[in-house]
Design a protein around this ligand. Structure first.
Ligand code: URP
Ligand code: ZN
Ligand code: ZN
Length: 465
């Protein structure tokens, strides 16, 4: 099957050009002006006049079916990757979980079983490490060899995912020798638990208490600490879901002194705020960790994206229904499952707020949603680029079309939207995954099981920066 995309503007992290794209099977085989006129034949032609042709977006932070607080995130690999595809995301990297006492292997096998035969678009895995011991350290080397080269550790969630500084440092030493990357959830969980208990004791049990207890300074402190540990271990480190200027300062300072520190933020920290959590129990819809911050953090985060102190925008997609799941925390915000839906909306929110809003160029938009994640997570140039030889994961993107975000029309398996009623400019028209059209004009045309596991290389880029 050969597909020719004509008359579009190819937008990549490096620049924009008017050119056609020829796909043969799953791969891009030619790029150039006037390919149709030059006699290139195809089985299908897609007219991209007035549209962008961008590399499929990559979301390197999702949680399909994550167990949390006695329940599970609702999207499966089928529903979650389908919703992602509607929003122009053609690859997700999800977090497999090592349960306390179990092996990394058991956790990874369980995640392979959830995804294989179900995902509609490509997927990879990072590994959440709950125990650091001789057994799991040895397993890390094996996972790197299997294309799962990143490990998430937590200074948050004592008693669940939390690791102490010694364990984190030991895991970092292991990645210094095996080429992997440590991803850190950096909040001071011990201090947060103290303030959370005091907040409840003082009578604040509503979701806003979650925001009060998880102070920005606790994120800043933990971010600085884990970066210092990485410096001591002489390895790169990647800070996930950075939400606060205090944490950004720690990353910026580290980068200024030459440390290979990298970080992502998420749309919720650029577009939502503590105010959203203040509306009684409705605020439970917005409970995630780190929490939403006051609006004055937004500008700092946008500047971080402009200056490349933040390299990636991912979603931390982790959807729980309001009814029946978020409601588990009525009367005690500590029992609200942490996480928000978002895998479907990231590309459009960033286009609308970033490109249309005049904060970042369209090339930088492509970089933070696709190219930088591909480079940092060992998928480039197969993913994250429009280049000959790359996977034909492409999005024909209409930069002018407006749509209103709503739970009544989204495809995520969750009963609310954090962005209900928000109008965004920019939308995916046609989405291709390895040469197959999986979404066309708002209709899913893909297939359950089309998605394949992406065996990723260790991040060369992380080591060189
Ligand atoms: O609230 C969040 N972020 N839930 C998902 C788990 C995590 O810490 O990423
Ligand atoms: Zn986290
Ligand atoms: Zn997460």
């Amino acid at each position: 099957m050969r597909t020719l995309i004509t008359n579009g503007t190819i937008v990549t992290a490096e620049g924009s050009q008017a050119a056609d794209v020829l796909i043969d099977g799953e791969t891009i085989v030619a790029i150039g002006a006037g390919l149709a006129g030059a006699g290139m034949t195809a089985d299908e032609s897609i007219d991209a006049s007035g549209k962008y042709v961008i590399p499929g977006a990559i979301d390197v932070h999702t949680h399909m079916e994550l167990p949390f607080g006695g329940t599970f995130a609702k999207d499966t690999f089928e529903t979650g990757t389908r919703a992602a595809a509607f929003g122009g995301t053609t690859t997700v990297v999800d977090f497999a979980v090592q349960s306390r006492g179990a092996s990394l292997r058991e956790g990874l096998d369980a995640w392979h079983a959830k995804a294989e035969g179900n995902a509609v678009a490509d997927y990879g895995f990072h590994m959440i490490m709950s125990d650091v011991n001789e057994g799991t350290l040895a397993e890390m080397d094996q996972l790197v060899a299997e294309g799962v080269p990143d490990f998430k550790l937590f200074t948050a969630y004592p008693g669940v995912f939390y690791s102490d500084d010694g364990a984190i440092f030991r895991a970092m030493q292991q990645t210094a020798s095996n080429g992997g990357l440590i991803m850190m959830h950096a909040e001071n969980g011990m201090a947060i638990d103290v303030v959370a208990e005091q907040t409840v004791a003082a009578g604040t049990t509503d979701p806003i208490g979650h925001g009060i207890a998880r102070k920005a300074v606790f994120e800043g402190e933990a971010t600085n600490r884990v970066i210092r540990l990485a410096e001591a271990a002489e390895v790169p480190v990647y800070i996930v879901h950075l939400s606060a200027r205090e944490a950004l300062e720690a990353v910026r300072d580290a980068r200024d002194r030459g440390t290979a520190a990298f970080a992502e933020t998420c749309p919720q920290y650029l577009f939502l705020s503590l105010d959203d959590m203040g509306n009684g129990f409705e605020g439970a819809k917005y409970v995630c960790s780190p929490p939403l911050r006051s609006k004055d953090h937004w500008d700092d985060l946008w500047k971080g994206l402009v200056k490349d102190d933040l390299q990636v925008v991912s979603t931390d997609h982790c959807p729980f229904d309001f009814e029946g799941q978020k409601e588990m925390g009525r009367g005690d915000f500590r029992k609200i499952p942490n996480g928000l839906p978002g895998v479907e909306d990231r590309v459009d929110l960033l286009h609308d707020g970033g490109v249309v809003g005049g904060r970042i160029s369209r090339e930088r938009w492509v970089e933070v949603i696709s190219t930088a994640p591909a480079k940092l997570f060992g998928m480039y140039p197969r993913k994250g680029s429009v280049s000959v030889g790359a996977d034909a994961d492409l999005v024909i993107y209409d930069p002018d079309r407006k749509r209103t975000i709503s739970a009544t029309s989204h495809h995520m398996e969750v009963d609310y939207s954090c962005y209900e009623g928000r109008m965004v400019q920019g939308s995916s028209d046609v989405v291709l995954s390895r040469g197959s059209v999986i979404v066309r004009d708002g209709t899913f045309t893909g297939r359950k099981g089309h998605g394949q596991f992406v065996k990723r290389a260790p991040a060369e880029y992380a080591r060189m920066a």
